[in-house]
Design a protein around this ligand. Sequence first.
Ligand code: LCS
Length: 389
Amino acid sequence: MKFNTKAIHGGKIHEKQFGAHATPIYQTSTFVFENCKQGGDRFAGRDNGYKYTRLGNPNTNEISAKMAILDETDAGLYTSTGMSAISTALMGLMQAGDHFICSDCVYGGTYAVIDKVITNYGIDMDYVKINDEEKLLNAFKENTKVVYIETPANPTLELIDVKRIAKIAHEKGAILIVDNTFMTPYLQKPMLLGADLAIYSVTKYINGHGDVVGGIITGKQEYINRINNPHLLNLGGTGSPFDSWLVSRGIKTLGVRMDRHCANAMAVATYLENHPKVKTVYYPGLESFPQHDLAKEQMEGFGGMISFELIGGFDDAQTLLDNLKVFSLAVSLGGVDSLIQHPASMTHAAIPEPERIKAGITNELVRVSVGIEDVEDLIEDLDKGFQLI
Ligand code: LCS
């Protein structure tokens, strides 16, 4: 079966009692046992029936199974947010005394959980310019257990060669985790490129409608098991039945939405690149993008995210952002509607300025999540905004 068929039918629950075609919402905190033996057997793992929603629920299992199928990997775990997926995965795979490497440009929340939480539990780490092979090789230590990357990176869109990093990480005995939020399994399949685990903020393209926060971890069974039990089940970052039901509904149109996001973003990026008030545009689909060849090699499309800088800096950008009518001035990304924001003061404000600038997140950078509206309306909106500068 091909992608869109799997996105619709993969992992689907077949409700037998009434024959409901759409999956019902199992909005229940607990499940009734027929007798003490059955309850005991479920807790002992001799019967895999449901016990309690924090420990498993049909709706969360449906979306986890579907995502594993789409990523062509063993298993998945649904979590309450993307941050819960990241923190549970890192804590599940490491303990005090371990070390990990993280690419230097990641979502501000990822930076914050590493800087303010994970490293307070005796886990050591280094941010590394991963594309600099010498720096990467020098960063490995005896106790390096994980390499964590985002590609394309939020918000610079810098790419990392997953195959190459997977090979290096494995040679050094480390696990490679790829945050694949910007691409989704439709445009990039980390495990087929050699990664061990993928992380998603399903808040973004996977759900696609801007009405849920959620996360998913997919990947090799061995690592998924380690993260699930004892970590996810006891730290308690499990997602809710209703949210996972919405995500299962949203993901059915992932392929068609991504095609449209890619086409619209290409048109908006081309418009921006030709605009006299724009200094630089970062979009992997542009031939001017420094890693355009890598994008063509490891991605099936270039995605819906663009970053750019204006010649007039953030002063001019502010005028643009404050006056758009179709684009909303808001963080988050990957929904059907277009959003625009300023990473330095918003999504990446948690990163101290010197490190932020070193990672390429300048004070001038503006990030756009191109939605699936009619692209003529998006360009007209930008055009009207530019006329005020
Ligand atoms: N990974 C990436 C690449 C993200 O962009 C985000 C959120 C997360 C993980 C965390 O997911 P969450 O817990 O929010 O579901 N990125 C956001 C952004 O760029 N704007 O607002 C949130």
